[in-house]
Design a protein. Sequence first.
Length: 359
Amino acid sequence: MKKGYLVLENGAVFEGELTNDEGEAFGEVVFNTSMTGYQEIVSDPSYAGQIIVFCYPQIGNYGLNELDSESEGLYLHGVVTGEQCDIPSHYLSKNSFSNGLEEKKIPSLTGVDTRAIVKLLRGHGTMKGKITSQAPNEIEEDWTYDNVFVPFVSTKETKHYPADGPHVILMDYGYKKSILTSLLDLGCCVTVIPYNTSYESITALKPDGIVLSNGPGDPKDLSDQFQTIKKISEQYPTFGICLGHQLLALSHGAQTRKLLFGHRGSNHPVKHTETGKVYITSQNHGYEVVSESLEKTNFTVSFTNINDETVEGLKHNKLSIQSVQFHPEAHAGPSDTAFLFNSFLQQISQTGEHHYAFT
């Protein structure tokens, strides 16, 4: 392996070794605190355009399998690790972590003091950065790039998954496969549609409920979709997850803002405001719904983050709308909040008529 560097926009340089020859990576540098689940993490479309720094010291121990990827492609821009295991040990393993990244042309840097990177990002906030083989003093200081990724990761065509249960529309802003699997396991008939599908096209599909998926980037970049989101959520039971949660809030008059370094990991505690019960959740986001902005809406905060008291869930006071900032499907992570999918289906059952389509 040859020498490589992670260079941050504030001038900080971290030296390591490049695990492949896939060229430079450029993107927003973020960190994930999960101890397991690296395959699910790198294949999550919400990481589009980002360079992931793994906090856990060794990544790749159990290799890559054919079951756990959350999407068909990899949309992240790069990976930084302390150590990568090239001889994985697991009966389902089909490939090593480093080979899997190389096959998808994702630059990777290892042998790095990732703890130092995380301390820097926690103190100064998320920054742009580059993985490169160039000496730091030879790098051109151009940190501009296109950071609107939802049009890139969203499906380009409608996809139907027949079943006998209620018909759920999954609006794809970069959905994880596990969200689809959770709905199918509950017997739902699911139709996955592009993020910019019109209101008229959605109603023509005769859904019983709508799920707004996770996805990458700043939710305000999708302001041209707010009117459609508001109209469908006023007509159908709606469940927002992660980016979908933020889009629902914005569409109904609330505000969002960027967090200093985001929540990315599988051990984030949230408190259910109604019961006081605390759940451990999987999270991956860099923006939050501003609590103060909810005063002029009909939303009530349903979950809050134990660590920083940010808004983790919303429930509408009049409409069948609920949303969460975390991932109830939790791949990778705990399944403590998987019951929220059942709660969504209960809302659907209370609306009366159902459309069992595409059988």
